[in-house]
Design a protein around this ligand. Structure first.
Ligand code: AMP
Length: 190
């Protein structure tokens, strides 16, 4: 089973690379950002809570995210070939909870793939995405907050996964196909 954490700052290409991994390897996919945006669209209580955090560039509280994650994971059944975790974990407690949730099911994360992209490029990509998709959190002020949250709360996970022995660094700047080839090398070595 190839459970993979695709990791990186907002705008690092996690969604794009996930789409290519799904197409090539038939993996399942959990994007916690997509799950939350869907809740907002459907006007649920969770969506209402989530919207405030998202529009402020902040993270949704860990307990809430962890419950959501387990229920989406279980919706894939027991026989899947692996799940891509996209946008989760974003804090050390989330990484610990993911490890525990998977262990309870006899599963584990096989690889963490970090897409490394310089900050100026992230800002450029997110501003462009904001113009094209109209995502409410892709504006300059909220992007700056999200990048700050990434540095303070999320980037310590790089060290955490190094200690787990499953961290893989990929240069996320440049040709899409070269980046995907690097991703495939990691997956095929699992
Ligand atoms: P994303 O689409 O992954 O960039 O997520 C958009 C926003 O959803 C983030 O800025 C957070 O506010 C929220 N979010 C997504 N995933 C998580 C998570 N794992 N923990 C907390 N908040 C999250």
């Amino acid at each position: 089973m190839r459970n993979i954490v695709i990791f990186g700052a907002p705008g690092s290409g996690k969604g794009t690379q996930s789409d290519k991994m799904i197409a090539k390897y038939g993996l399942k996919h959990i994007s916690t950002g997509d799950v939350l945006r869907n809740e907002i669209k459907n006007g649920t209580e969770l969506g209402k809570t989530a919207k405030e955090f998202i529009d402020n560039g902040q993270l949704i509280p860990d307990e809430l995210m962890i419950d959501i994650l387990a229920s989406v994971y279980d919706s894939f059944g027991k026989e899947h070939g692996g799940v891509i975790f996209d946008g989760f974990p974003r804090t050390i407690p989330q990484a610990e909870a993911l490890k525990k949730m998977l262990a309870e099911r006899g599963h584990k994360v096989a690889a963490m793939i970090e897409l490394d992209v310089p900050e100026e490029e992230l800002m450029k990509r997110l501003l462009l995405r904001g113009q094209q998709s109209g995502r409410s959190d892709d504006n300059e002020e909220t992007i700056k907050k999200r990048l700050g949250v990434y540095h303070h709360q999320t980037s310590p996970l790089i060290e955490w996964y190094k200690q787990e022995g499953i961290h893989n660094h990929i240069d996320g700047l440049g040709e899409l196909e070269r980046i995907f080839a690097d991703v495939c090398t990691v997956i095929e070595n699992i």
